[in-house]
Structure formats: structure tokens, C-alpha cells
Design a binder for this molecule. Structure first.
Ligand code: SF4
Ligand code: SF4
Ligand code: SF4
Length: 162
């Protein structure tokens, strides 16, 4: 009996492989903060939808214009001109109002890119150059002392990874 592995791939297998490659390539360009601000539960499901052509490429606020341009180049399409939406929102970063911080470390644990420094019982600080503005730290703060403000002009390290 002929070994199945020696058979040429079917059209279905080739399409599946191509989609898997494109999904991996899209996912590799996303910030991987898993914040859900694109409307998907994490970066990977959003990548799958984009790669399959089911979703627009401008829904990732943490990635901002940098990720938008990278996705457009990868997929050979023009970024959609929709100011104010997703990637085209004004970039923001978190800041701790230090006087109100009780040092509970919840924000530090919630931050996916290690942009918060601090120690138990001590004031915490956000490293603006590393913050993607994913907002994951905001709901965990018991004193609501984390605010968002305009970001520096350079994109954060988690976005400029490649
Ligand atoms: S908004 Fe961007 S960083 Fe957040 S889960 Fe979606 S793709 Fe990932
Ligand atoms: S400091 Fe807050 S907003 Fe910034 S990356 Fe970390 S969790 Fe996201
Ligand atoms: S969650 Fe709020 S109170 Fe707790 S360490 Fe972070 S900024 Fe301070």
C-alpha cells in the first residue's frame, strides 16, 4: 500500500497550510498583549480573522500605526482610512497617580509587557516607553489611581519587536 506521506498535497491541504502560514505571520506582527481591545479574546484569534480576510487590519490600539503599517505591507493592502478607530486612535500610555498608590502590586502582575515597576507596599510607576496602552492594569487597581495620557511619539518596545 502506498504511503500517504509520499502523495502530493491536496488543494485543501495547500490552502490550509497557506492560511496557517499567513495567520502565523500576522500574529507575529501583533503586540501579544492579549488585551482584547480588538474585540477578540486575544491576539491569535484576531490574527486568524485577519489572515482569513474576515476582519479589518486596523483594530489593534496597542499596535497603533506601527502595527497597522506592518500588517498592510504584509498583506499587500492599504490601511483603511478610519481615524479614531482601533489602530488609528491617539496612542495613550498608563500613568500611576503616585500619591494614591498603595503598593498592592496588582497592576504589576496584570501588565503583559512588564511596563510597571514597584514592590509590595511601595509606590508603583509605569515605564512610559514600554507601555502599549492596553489598559489591562486599569480595572485591577483598587484605588483607581492609574490614568491614561498621551503616549510618547516612539512606539513601545513590545510593538517594535521585529
Ligand atoms: S488589541 Fe491588539 S494586542 Fe490587544 S488582543 Fe487584540 S491584537 Fe492583541
Ligand atoms: S502599564 Fe497598563 S496599559 Fe501599559 S502595557 Fe502595562 S497593563 Fe497595559
Ligand atoms: S494596582 Fe493601583 S494601588 Fe496597586 S500597585 Fe498598582 S497603581 Fe498602586
Amino acid at each position: 500500500m502506498e504511503n500517504r506521506r509520499s502523495l502530493p498535497p491536496t488543494v485543501t491541504e495547500e490552502v490550509t497550510d497557506d492560511l496557517a502560514r499567513r495567520t502565523a505571520a500576522v500574529d507575529a506582527l501583533l503586540p501579544q498583549t492579549q488585551c482584547g481591545r480588538c474585540g477578540y479574546s486575544a491576539c491569535r484569534p484576531y490574527a486568524e480573522a485577519v489572515a482569513a480576510g474576515r476582519e479589518d487590519i486596523d483594530l489593534c490600539p496597542p499596535g497603533g500605526l506601527y502595527t497597522l503599517a506592518a500588517l498592510a505591507e504584509l498583506l499587500g493592502c492599504e490601511p483603511p482610512p478610519a481615524p479614531g478607530r482601533g489602530s488609528l486612535q491617539v496612542a495613550r500610555v498608563a500613568r500611576v497617580r503616585e500619591a494614591d498608590c498603595i503598593g498592592c502590586v496588582r497592576c504589576l502582575r496584570a501588565c503583559p509587557v512588564d511596563a510597571i515597576v514597584g514592590a509590595p507596599g511601595r509606590m508603583h510607576t509605569v515605564l512610559a516607553q514600554d507601555c502599549t496602552g492596553c489598559e489591562l492594569c486599569l480595572p485591577v487597581c483598587p484605588t483607581a489611581c492609574i490614568v491614561l495620557e498621551a503616549a510618547p511619539t516612539e512606539p513601545p518596545a513590545a510593538v517594535v519587536r521585529r
